[in-house]
Structure formats: structure tokens, C-alpha cells
Write a protein of this length. Structure first.
Length: 343
């Protein structure tokens, strides 16, 4: 082995070690960066549509896209704020009542009494550790401030990406050997198309879930249907796990009236989730990657454990990109070519 080859291999090993260390210690930053890319793809896809419709320059189309999103968000907020504020206050009153109702039902069974006794024992432990509670509350407050700061950073980076996507793509292609630039360019475009199609289908399915949930809650004569339907709509962004989380407050509020009402809420959410998973999303999102449900759920749980909420929200789009890369770089380029060579 000559000195040049030895040096190249040492540089490669050192680069891999540095990359692993950066990923291990800066995983939150990389996921924030990926969230910025996802948001930038959303903005770019809207701007491209407006550009083609109005026959204007991309920069002006992006400005119009951002203004439209801001106007729609703020306008919707002003329209629903009075009702939302009233229903949120009602929700704060009814959830404690539903918890007390649940305690009453549990106290009527032997296993329920044991469960309540364990909860009360935990409550005694909590009362004896007021200092820990204060520290935990301080940590939660700090985490909330940090989350808002992270969201602001994600928004700013996404705007920079969306403002000149070709600049960043060109910079990425500079890092790739000349013989692979054309293929890498096609792969970047395919990843963009995959994310754009996935986001389009996801936002449309979120809207449909919100409307169906709202109609179902109105039919069931549920209190605060607007708040519950908005929660269901937002959490639909997280496949599999999100709808289950959204069902919990609805069941608790239904329990205030009766156990049957809580059961009706569960049935409603399961029906809407079934329609969303097997009819709405497959119909809307035909061009996106078809992700296996079991693998998606396992991936969400894995990232949720290590990264919390950010991991849950970004798990599915990241898995979609991984599928594209594995399919194009490993299955098509390596496995199929190797099979052809062997045959």
C-alpha cells in the first residue's frame, strides 16, 4: 500500500468518526435542519404552483405564498378564536370532572380500587417532594422557551432554503464526484417530489379528518367539538400514534355525561381513523411512498423515545426519504445489477 492510498483511507476513517460523533451529539440539530427542509419543500411546492398559474417570477410567487399562509392562519385564528377560547375554558372545567367520574367508576370494581390506591400512593410521594416538583416545573418552562426558539430557527432556515433552493442544491452537488452528479441531481429531485407529494396528501387528509371529526361530534352532541376536532386534525400529522392521543381528551369529556358517550367517542375516532388510513390517504397520496404501517409505527416509537415530539413529527417524512434512497441506491443500483451480473 502506497502512502497516498494510506492517507486517503485515514482521512476517510477520520471523516466517518467525526460524522458519527456529530450525529450522536448533534442529533437534535440535524432533525431541526430536516424539519426546515420539510417546511421549505412545502413553501417551494406552493410557490411553484403560483408561479405557473400567474406566470410570475419565483421570488414574487414565494412572497405571495408566505403572505397567503400568514393571512389564512391569522384570519382563521381571528374567526375561530372567540369560540375556541370559550370551548377551551369549558374543556378545562370538564376534564377534571371526567377524571372524577372515572375515579367513581373505577372505585366500583376491585381492580379499580387497587389502581386508585396505587395512584394515591404516588400522590403521597409527590407531596413529599415539593422541591422536585418546583425543579420539574422550572425545567418544563425552560423547555417551552427552548421549543419556541427552535421553531423560530426552523422557520428562518426554511425561508432561506425556499428563497434560493438551487443555490443549496448546487452546493450539495459540489461535494459529489463528477461522474455521479447527474444521478445525484435526479435523486435530489425525486426526494423533493416524494416530500412534496407526502405533504400535500398529509395536509389534505388532516383537513378531511378535522371536518369528519367535527361533524361526528356535532351529531353525537359533544361539548367543545371545535377544540376536539382541531386536536384531531393537528395530530393526524403523526400517523398511527396521533389519532390515539387525540382520542383520549374526547373520551374523557364524553365520560362526564356517561360511559356510553365515551364509548361513542372512541368508535367515532376509530371510524375516522380507518377512513383516513385506508380510503382518504391512499386516494389522495397515490404518488407518495407507500410506507408499511408496522415499520412506520416502530420507527415512530424509536425516534419518539430518543427525540420526543420532534422525532414523532419528523419520523414519517424521514422514513419516506430513507425509502427513496434505499430503493434507488441499494436495490436498483446494487442488488439488481449484481443479480444481472450473476445471471
Amino acid at each position: 500500500m502506497d502512502f497516498k492510498t494510506f492517507t486517503q483511507r485515514c482521512i476517510l476513517v477520520i471523516s466517518l468518526v467525526i460524522a458519527v460523533l456529530l450525529i450522536a451529539f448533534g442529533i437534535d440539530f440535524f432533525f431541526m435542519l430536516f424539519a426546515s427542509v420539510v417546511l421549505a419543500v412545502f413553501l417551494i411546492s406552493i410557490a411553484v404552483k403560483i408561479k405557473s398559474w400567474l406566470k410570475i417570477k419565483y421570488g414574487l410567487a414565494l412572497t405571495i405564498s408566505v403572505l397567503l399562509i400568514v393571512i389564512i392562519t391569522v384570519g382563521t385564528g381571528f374567526l375561530i378564536y372567540p369560540s375556541l377560547n370559550e370551548q377551551a375554558a369549558q374543556m378545562q372545567k370538564e376534564i377534571p370532572q371526567s377524571i372524577n367520574k372515572l375515579r367513581e367508576h373505577l372505585s366500583q370494581t376491585s381492580w379499580g380500587k387497587d389502581l386508585l390506591k396505587n395512584i394515591e400512593d404516588q400522590g403521597g410521594i409527590v407531596k413529599g417532594n415539593k422541591k422536585d416538583i418546583v425543579n420539574s416545573a422550572t425545567a418544563i418552562f425552560s423547555a417551552t422557551i427552548s421549543s419556541f426558539a427552535n421553531i423560530f430557527v426552523v422557520l428562518v432556515i426554511a425561508l432561506f432554503f425556499a428563497a434560493d433552493p438551487h443555490l443549496y442544491k448546487k452546493g450539495l452537488l459540489y461535494l459529489i464526484p463528477a461522474r455521479a452528479v447527474r444521478k445525484a441531481d435526479k435523486l435530489i429531485h425525486k426526494c423533493y417530489e416524494t416530500l412534496a407529494n407526502w405533504l400535500k396528501g398529509k395536509f389534505l387528509s388532516m383537513g378531511v379528518v378535522g371536518v369528519l371529526t367535527y361533524i361526528g361530534l356535532i351529531v353525537l352532541d359533544f361539548p367543545i367539538p371545535l377544540v376536539l376536532s382541531l386536536i384531531a386534525m393537528v395530530l393526524t400529522f403523526i400517523p398511527n400514534i396521533g389519532p390515539i392521543i387525540a382520542m383520549v381528551p374526547a373520551m374523557l369529556i364524553g365520560l362526564v355525561k356517561s360511559p356510553e358517550q365515551a364509548l361513542y367517542a372512541a368508535v367515532l375516532y376509530m371510524i375516522v381513523q380507518t377512513l383516513e388510513s385506508y380510503l382518504i390517504t391512499p386516494y389522495i397520496n397515490k404518488k407518495a411512498v407507500d410506507l408499511p404501517p408496522a415499520l412506520t409505527l416502530a420507527w415512530q416509537v424509536f425516534l419518539g423515545i430518543f427525540l420526543g415530539g420532534l422525532g414523532l413529527f419528523m419520523a414519517t417524512p424521514l422514513l419516506a426519504i430513507i425509502f427513496v434512497l434505499v430503493n434507488d441506491l441499494y436495490v436498483k443500483d446494487y442488488l439488481k445489477k449484481r443479480s444481472a451480473d450473476l445471471s
